[in-house]
Design a protein around this ligand. Sequence first.
Ligand SMILES: NC(=O)C1=CN([C@@H]2O[C@H](COP(=O)(O)OP(=O)(O)OC[C@H]3O[C@@H](n4cnc5c(N)ncnc54)[C@H](OP(=O)(O)O)[C@@H]3O)[C@@H](O)[C@H]2O)C=CC1
Ligand SMILES: O=C([O-])CC(=O)C(=O)O
Length: 292
Amino acid sequence: MTIRVLLWGFGAIGRQLADQLRPERESGAMHLTAVVRDVEAHRERGDHGVDLRPGVTNVDWQAALDDVDLVVECAGVSPARQRGPDVIGSGRVLVLASVGALADPDTARALLSGPGRLWVTHGAIGGFDVLASAAEAGGLDTVRIRTRKLASSLIRPWMDTEQTQQLRRLAPGEDPVTVFSGHPAEAIELFPGNVNVAVALAWATRGGFPGDDVEQLAASLQRVEVELLADPDAELSTHEMSASGPAGRLMFSFESAPSPENPKTSGLTALSVAHTLRIALDQRRSVTETNS
Ligand SMILES: NC(=O)C1=CN([C@@H]2O[C@H](COP(=O)(O)OP(=O)(O)OC[C@H]3O[C@@H](n4cnc5c(N)ncnc54)[C@H](OP(=O)(O)O)[C@@H]3O)[C@@H](O)[C@H]2O)C=CC1
Ligand SMILES: O=C([O-])CC(=O)C(=O)O
């Protein structure tokens, strides 16, 4: 049986993901379709073995959804908030790359309340098994993440001229500039393409029992502390995480090669999405077999 997967977002992550899924595509186990805003422009860039179809209007979107079994979001926090609840509402599985969408409590509630199933990717970072185990046992008091990226990738339209110039002029060898310090929900509003990892960390360390997810996540988003640095020497995106409490002191450091197509995004993200998608498919298969 061929599983029909919809890629929602066909940029750096979507294209790298399509390449990662080559074995499934070539064996006929999976068929990939991507909804894009400009089919011709994407065709010129190469389709990576994926069918391209327009995804501009609600009608396009609904038709695409009707034709697939499972959706992989790699479009951005704002589109994930806008259409993610429809995917879950349709009863389909949704694999989420823009984990920052969960920082909004209404979106989190909609994405977690079914009837579809949400899979949250670990994205550009990891170590979530041990962090989740410690958090579930009440073993963490502090959870921190410090992310360093190239200054040019952190310039945002809302910055004033002075801040924009400061980031533009930051030269190799100079001290990094802190562009954000606070909690993930505020960070993701300001830097939606850069700190999904911080919301993913809050999700992983929410603790509690299944069923309390939205409330636990809200508390966890208040506990996680985020620092985002514009670093002129950050050739690789780096994420340093630390957590401490009765469980001990846990430290993780990630220096990830950039995505082949988008230097802002760590290449590990698409690998995480491929891994999560394969787990989701495996689980779906075993449920189908049990029910048949
Ligand atoms: N969890 C994690 O660790 C990480 C998560 N991310 C998340 O993944 C997202 C995608 O990253 P990346 O692939 O590098 O980004 P890109 O900018 O390379 O690609 C984004 C794609 O999404 C499409 N898109 C954007 N807005 C919409 C919309 N409103 N409706 C439909 N399609 C849309 C774009 O379409 P078009 O081609 O038409 O412009 C493009 O194809 C990021 O925005 C971020 O939220 C990223 C890095 C790490
Ligand atoms: O790719 C990365 O290094 C992390 C990132 O952009 C995000 O979390 O949004």
